[in-house]
Design a protein around this ligand. Sequence first.
Ligand SMILES: Nc1nc2c(c(=O)[nH]1)N[C@H]1C(S)=C(S)[C@@H](COP(=O)(O)OP(=O)(O)OC[C@H]3O[C@@H](n4cnc5c(=O)[nH]c(N)nc54)[C@H](O)[C@@H]3O)O[C@H]1N2
Ligand SMILES: Nc1nc2c(c(=O)[nH]1)N[C@H]1C(S)=C(S)[C@@H](COP(=O)(O)OP(=O)(O)OC[C@H]3O[C@@H](n4cnc5c(=O)[nH]c(N)nc54)[C@H](O)[C@@H]3O)O[C@H]1N2
Ligand code: SF4
Ligand SMILES: [Mo]
Length: 757
Amino acid sequence: MANQTHSSACILCSLNCGIKIEVDDHGKFVKITGDKDHPNSQGYICQKATRLNYYQDQKRLTAPLRRRDDGSFEEISWEVAIQEIADKLVHTRDTYGGETIAYAGGGGQGNHLGGLYASALRAACRTPYFYSALAQEKTGNFWVHGKLFGRQNTNYEEPVQDAQYVLVIGANPLQSHGIHKARKVINELARDPNRTLVVIDPRKTETAKKADLFLQVKPGHDAWLMSAILGAIIQEGLEDRDFIARHTTGFEEIKPHFLDIPVGEYAAIAGVSEEQVRTVARGMAAAETVAVRSDLGIEQSYNSTLNAYLARLLFLVTGNFGKHGTNHLVSYFFPLLGHSKDPEAGGVVTQVTKTRGIGKLFPPNILPQEIDSDHPKRIRALVVESANPLSSYADIPAQEKAYAKLDLMVVIDVAMTETARAAHYVLPAASQFEKFEAAFFSNNSVHLRPPVVKALANTLSEPEIHTRILKAMGEISQDSLNELATAAVQDRQDPSKGIFQMAFMQAVSQNPGWNRYGPVLLKETLGKALPNGAEAAAVLWFTAHRYAQKYQKELNEVGFEKTGPALGEEIFHKLLTNPSGIKLVDHAPQNHWELIRHPDKKVHLSIPELLQWLDDLPQTAKEIALLEAQYPYNLIAGERRTYNANTILRNPEWRKVDKEGAMKVNPEDAAILGIESGDTLLCSSASGKIHIIAKVSDEVPAGIVSMPHGYGLHYDGAADYKTVGAAANQLTAVDYCDPLAKTPYHKNVRVRLEKVA
Ligand SMILES: Nc1nc2c(c(=O)[nH]1)N[C@H]1C(S)=C(S)[C@@H](COP(=O)(O)OP(=O)(O)OC[C@H]3O[C@@H](n4cnc5c(=O)[nH]c(N)nc54)[C@H](O)[C@@H]3O)O[C@H]1N2
Ligand SMILES: Nc1nc2c(c(=O)[nH]1)N[C@H]1C(S)=C(S)[C@@H](COP(=O)(O)OP(=O)(O)OC[C@H]3O[C@@H](n4cnc5c(=O)[nH]c(N)nc54)[C@H](O)[C@@H]3O)O[C@H]1N2
Ligand code: SF4
Ligand SMILES: [Mo]
């Protein structure tokens, strides 16, 4: 038979570029190229996607596993695994309370469909505790958005491609992407004499090399730098008064704090010249449009939440918000998060450390303390799905010690990960190319991907796993679903009649508690009536209707024809029949202001907690200086490179270069340490040690070293057992994190280095 080509998406970063996969008779991936029909990537991919065959062909989990007392694993049947897990969850919930159960993960870069079904599992466990990788990077941003825009789940686009003046702060799009077609967009920007690219980074990155202006900030000192720029803007009267008057409140409250900033002194603390600071302030004020793109460089470093605020004030006070070519708010087909009230307003906090949720998510950094405690409400049971905490969460030793105390730990993964090895039960998932999947990171499109190859024998999709656990917990009986299932079959013969919608609403109102289990109910009824085994897509039927209700006007503007419930069906039908994804509403800029959730539709500039934090920066500078004196090197622990992709690809052979994940060391430091490229270094922090290969490079300044994350993974490949490179999180510490959002300081890990003979 000839090879077949299927549409799908890359699962290695949040952009989820559309791909075409050529598959041979044996289900092997022969060739991967960009999919021109994908609404956002339009054929673009990077080098990583072409190696996805190493994901699909990896050594897989092939049976549910149960850990024996001696630590080894035995294979068990799905029936036994599901029933034992369900019984233990029920026991934990009914004996100690649902709040002693936690869930971590819920979708990596490309698989979010299962995460929707996991919400039903959390509901069945009666737990609000959802630990997420997003709460180790973005939650400071979300909290700030709650204050500025009214809800933590309002988010914006950074249209680098359309802006005249672009500020990239702590991001390296040429390597990590973060924006569509990043390489094309950055190269075009760099070549255009009428546009300006400013990069703020301690490292002379691929992107920094293209910049018109490169501000080589001292690691962790962006708060001083950004407040100096804001100080210069406000002291020189460069703010956009008209914009501020029309669209914001609170400017008079924030102004005095910036009038007081000693611009030259703060620039010096940040390691840049006052002239550079003033050039950026004036450049932003003079530009027609400014876009600010920021990422981990300021999220995973000192003053993370304050940084989020300052980065937003930069575009807000210069009036660069809500216009074409400036940052602007967007809507999502499926919003990944919600809004958490602050603790003072009655928001949910964790049991042991009393940590707040942000966007309904809890931070991985506190997880060990929530488990490893004698508090009566400590976490006793943990379900991990699509995440690998024992490599990717801060402080592997602390996580390991804590997990050993759990009564129940379940891991759902495709491979035997570091975390799976610590679990009581390991459940084998079908891969992201073997089941219906979707990712909800994109704001103006949605992509439901059908399976490309048959599921590996004895694996299940997450929607099916969660459904089975729920049934085994006794939360839903098959019998109770029959009527709704019949309605679904009738409904699909002519969806315009709304038969299922009516039956579904009635069923939920008649069965108290069912509203918690929406995704599972839909899958088990409507899902069974969908063509081509698209069962798990049923949950998107609900989402499509909700989206249609909210954005009917905008959808009609971009070519959707129907109105009312028929519009929801139109979206759902398009989703099911377009394997390359569909375009939805681009929310810019005409209806941008409607997305502000404060009733006055204005941006509320003043956040008193963060203004206090800003005023305290001189004291913080002293504390950081003391820490630096103890550990001479700043390690950037988690650089995005050509061949790393979190911990998604375990087979080390996927890497064409940088096989060991070398640590970059400045030539001056190399001379002091007596090393050359290829030598081994012992790198130690206050919490751990690693051995790592050095690479001498002037990309990093003296005193700063940089390593990737996602290395040091165990791989039981076809050949012999290997671990290549070192895991960055052997060096990080749980309490080394932002005081408010608890996001880790991975960019500012303090270490010592020695040559290993
Ligand atoms: N020191 C340091 N640590 C970091 C970072 C850093 O820069 N420095 N970066 C952080 C960031 S930004 C992130 S986003 C996190 C990511 O960290 P995690 O949230 O742990 O995510 P991944 O590393 O992507 O792990 C994905 C897991 O999902 C599994 N998987 C793949 N496909 C499927 C599937 O279809 N179903 C299931 N059930 N499982 C599947 C993979 O085998 C893998 O074990 O890492 C963080 N950790
Ligand atoms: N190749 C590859 N691409 C990826 C991923 C991957 O694993 N590999 N992961 C994806 C994920 S999950 C994420 S979250 C994104 C992250 O994407 P990015 O945040 O763009 O990636 P990083 O390389 O972690 O960090 C960005 C930059 O911050 C700089 N930096 C370090 N310390 C500081 C500081 O104190 N101040 C400033 N201003 N900058 C600093 C670093 O030198 C680096 O250039 O990448 C995504 N893309
Ligand atoms: S940019 Fe991201 S999603 Fe696109 S091909 Fe590269 S890794 Fe995959
Ligand atoms: Mo991330």
